[in-house]
Design a protein around this ligand. Structure first.
Ligand code: HEC
Length: 175
């Protein structure tokens, strides 16, 4: 059993039966569920939520109403890359798919494929970071270079978004 679950067990056994019964009465169910997300589960959820916000921000700049800012795209992509690969997979110790986590147990049956997607996320986020950086360097220069930069950024973003989606399709409970 993972360190997380053991941590929880000792905490619960210290509470004792009456402590637990009292907690069940006093703590609303919603709060109990939230309190269940601790340690690595909470850490990885926080990263994923930040990733989700970054993806939505970039999407809004590329295809929505938000003003385009290459520097911002670069920074958001860089932040996704930082938390991908090993930084992400280390937050998925075996057996941590219990409530309230949306992680599916198949992660540990197909660990290699899961790791590969986390690595791919890093590569694709770095590609987007580089593409956006190119744009900041070309600035308002030659429009031909700008057109090519724009296509590169869009393609890199689409590849990145596909990586999020393929991992969720296979390894996350469907929302
Ligand atoms: C290697 C697989 C993998 C990749 C790549 C990945 N995710 Fe996730 N994501 C997961 C898993 C597994 C969960 C469920 C985690 C949990 O609940 O313990 C999740 C959860 C989420 C959630 C829900 C968080 C919550 O608790 O409400 C969001 C939002 C999310 N991911 C966004 C993204 C975005 C955006 C990307 C791409 C930039 C991405 N993820 C890339 C595996 C991945």
């Amino acid at each position: 059993m993972s360190a997380v679950c053991e941590g929880k067990k000792t905490f619960l056994s210290r509470l004792g039966f009456w402590g637990l019964a009292l907690a069940a009465i006093l703590i609303p169910t919603g709060l109990m569920a939230h309190a269940g997300a601790h340690g690595v589960v909470m850490d990885r959820m926080a990263i994923m939520i930040t990733n989700g916000e970054a993806r939505a921000d970039i999407e809004n700049m590329l295809f929505g109403d938000a003003a385009y800012d290459a520097e911002r795209v670069k920074n958001l992509a860089g932040a996704i890359a930082e938390k991908a690969g090993e930084e992400m997979t280390k937050l998925f110790p075996e057996g941590t798919s219990h409530d309230p986590s949306l992680a599916l147990p198949v992660i540990w049956d197909e660990w290699g494929a899961f790791e590969e997607l986390a690595q791919e996320l890093r590569r694709n986020a770095r590609n987007l970071e580089v593409a956006a950086d190119q744009q900041t360097m070309h600035g308002d220069g030659a429009s031909q270079a700008q057109g090519a930069d724009e296509r590169n950024v869009q393609q890199a973003f689409e590849a990145l978004a596909e990586t999020c989606d393929s991992c969720h399709l296979k390894f996350r409970e469907q929302l």
